[in-house]
Design a protein around this ligand. Structure first.
Ligand code: G3I
Length: 315
């Protein structure tokens, strides 16, 4: 791939994107397959590996959509990032309802064994736990934290190492792009995990960014790398407050260039994944109605200035 090839020429592992089965079978599949084939060396399932997708009822596993993405990626020689095993969101009601610590421990272990075991050897890195912190740096009030305390994280990583010893195991979160209590808490947690011997290899910073607010990315990436782990930018997008103007699209070129350079400048940064291909399919539209156009291709699958910002950083 073009961006991916250039990224590898800089000594990184990949330049990747998020995809789901419906992208590969829907009406835009030819554009998507052409672009994913040309530019991206790593694929993350946008939704279809999440708990509610793969184990909607206890013991009832549904792997059709997840398999479709894994099969496309492996037959096209792409790396896969597995997203995600233990997360408070897109978690089925039966898990929220569990009220015994020992039962929850078993449920976490079974889920991780089954899901990671199915793809053993085929997924480069997993987001083992996702979004465990509130903005103020306290732990999020999830069923996992209520019943098990911080130990749910240890349980998940130990189960993950056991299920696929060769996969890189990540903790992943958002709003780690600037200084503050959240990134402080993440760095402190990683220190505790490592001192307890918990098997963890990487920290992912999602990087759901806002136009004009990308200046802190490199220094925070450097701080995350200071933990001794690999770091990855896992879900990059840079949303624009409407109305989207030519001037803002130029600013987006320079913001994408800045973020790409941040990874290049931090030796432990292994790669960048953007959170989708075309603005047409981005999660931003429905979640932030007054923002738009966060990705590298426009609604008609034309490359935007933002694409050339990444490309320029990689030249
Ligand atoms: O699958 C149902 C479908 O059956 C139903 O008919 C339809 C009606 O709304 O909803 C479908 O579920 C949607 C799901 O995506 C699959 O398309 C949910 O409503 C929708 O909320 C969900 O959004 C996803 C979101 O995570 C949920 O938290 C986004 O696509 C996905 O991009 C987003 O990704 C997250 C990362 O996993 C973690 N970091 C933040 C990032 C952005 O929120």
């Amino acid at each position: 791939g073009l961006l991916d090839q250039k990224m590898k020429a800089k000594g990184k592992r990949y330049f990747g994107t998020a995809l789901d089965a419906w992208h590969l079978s829907g009406s835009d599949q030819s554009n998507i397959k052409m672009i994913a084939g040309a530019d991206f060396g790593a694929i993350t399932h946008e939704n279809s590996l999440k708990w509610d997708a793969v184990q909607p009822q206890q013991g009832n596993y549904q792997f059709g959509n997840a398999d479709a993405v894994v099969n496309w990626a492996t037959s096209n020689n792409r790396l896969l990032r597995g997203h995600t095993l233990v997360w408070h969101s897109q978690l089925p009601q039966w898990v929220h309802n569990i009220n015994s610590a020992s039962q929850l421990t078993q449920v976490i272990q079974n889920h991780i064994n089954t899901v990671m075991g199915r793809y053993r050897g085929r997924i480069y890195a997993w987001d083992v736990v996702n979004e465990v912190f509130e903005e103020n740096g306290t732990f999020r009030n999830s069923v996992f934290y209520r019943l098990l305390g911080e130990n749910f994280i240890d349980i998940a990583f130990r189960a993950a190492r056991n299920a696929d010893p060769n996969a890189k195991l990540y903790i992943n979160d958002y709003n780690l792009d600037g200084p503050g209590p959240k990134i402080d808490a993440m760095i402190a947690l990683i220190g505790r995990l490592r001192s307890r011997g918990v098997p963890i290899d990487g920290v992912g910073t999602q990087a759901h960014l806002i136009l004009g607010q990308v200046g802190g990315v490199q220094s925070q990436l450097q701080r995350l790398a200071g933990t001794g782990l690999d770091v990855a930018i896992t879900e990059l997008d840079i949303r624009i407050q409407t109305p989207v103007t030519a001037q803002k699209l130029d600013q987006q070129y320079s913001d994408y260039q800045t973020v790409t350079r941040a990874c290049l400048n931090v030796p432990r940064c292994v790669g960048i994944s953007v959170w989708g291909i075309s603005d047409k399919h981005s999660w931003v539209d429905s979640t932030f109605p007054s923002y738009d156009a966060p990705l590298l291709w426009d609604d008609w699958f034309n490359r935007k200035n933002a694409y050339w910002g990444v490309d320029n950083a990689l030249n």
